[in-house]
Ligand binder design. Structure first.
Ligand code: BEZ
Ligand code: FE
Length: 289
């Protein structure tokens, strides 16, 4: 096609892709190019502005290795990771949320009632709850993958002083769907902002803070795994999460409990927890199968 104009280039792109081997891939790429073309036309993007965008992507490679991926961070901070989660989410049950970069495969087994706190820095927290299906029946056999940061704000991957699996665990719920464990109260923290994704945050006048959260993947027999996270309702960053992960039903009250008899009986460290201790309850409902 010759004599292209700003108006005709999008149709030309679609025409050039008419032999694409996959119809879905063609459709996605033609749509993406169309949105980018529209962005350039609508904003009359200058050469210098486009060069700045390319430079940011080029710089991202210097901040990407096996521990950190600046491209995923761009996706997170742009809200795209969260949007992909939301458009694919089940419409019933406890909402899903973003995975983030700190999940590990092969985390150690934690017995129901087990302890992740181990006297480490921060405020101890007792989490108890249940996993049930949409009819209220216990989801026997469910395995919870759990991970979080420590009281110093760091995930194990960021903290050279702790083991690689600190605050990472897999817990199988009891046959009645219940579970409990002791841990440390997670704290709000900043996503890495020393790279080009951080430059974008600063250009937007935004902060890098995420509200404190407990990550969970719910592996229930007969269901797709649900990736989610839970937030304390008193966190000041709930309404400005850098990665747009907060959903209303995932925000939980955290209460201080002074009566040891009110804590789950099966806690391995029931007698050792300093009182008052933070508690949170997670009652997870699976999506309709
Ligand atoms: C997190 O949940 O820890 C996280 C999510 C997205 C980007 C960075 C961190
Ligand atoms: Fe996280």
């Amino acid at each position: 096609m010759r004599n292209l104009t700003p108006a005709s280039i999008t149709d030309a792109f679609a025409e050039y892709a008419k032999n694409a081997p996959s119809a879905r891939t063609r459709s996605l790429l033609v749509s993406l190019a169309g949105h980018l073309h529209g962005f350039v036309r609508d904003n009359q993007v200058t050469q210098a502005e486009w060069n700045a965008a390319i430079d940011a992507l080029t710089k991202a490679k210097d901040f990407t290795d096996d521990k950190r991926n600046e491209y995923i961070l761009f996706s997170d901070l742009l809200g795209v990771s969260s949007l992909v989660d939301m458009v694919n989410a089940a419409t019933t049950g406890t909402p899903s949320s973003v995975l983030g970069p700190f999940h590990i495969e092969g985390a150690p087994e934690l017995a129901n009632g087990g302890d992740l706190w181990r006297g480490q820095v921060g405020e101890p927290l007792v989490v108890s709850g249940s996993v049930k299906d949409d009819k209220g029946a216990p989801a026997k056999g469910t395995v919870l993958a759990l991970w979080q940061n420590g009281g110093n704000g760091l995930y194990s991957q960021q903290d050279k002083t702790v083991s690689a699996t600190n605050y990472h665990a897999r817990l199988t719920v009891a046959d009645d769907g219940s579970f409990a464990f002791s841990t440390v109260r997670p704290v709000s923290y900043t996503v890495p902002d020393d790279g080009p994704a951080g430059d974008m945050l600063r250009a937007l006048g935004r902060e890098a803070w995420r509200p404190a959260h407990l990550h969970m993947i719910v592996h229930a027999p007969g269901h797709k795994p649900v990736i989610t996270e839970f937030f304390p309702e008193d966190d000041k960053y709930l309404d400005r999460d850098a990665v747009f992960g907060v959903r209303g039903p995932l925000v939980l009250p955290f209460h201080k409990v002074s009566d040891r008899a009110a804590l789950p009986k099966n806690l391995a460290v029931l007698d050792k927890l300093p009182l008052p201790v933070w508690t949170a309850r997670i009652d997870f409902t699976l999506p309709t199968a």
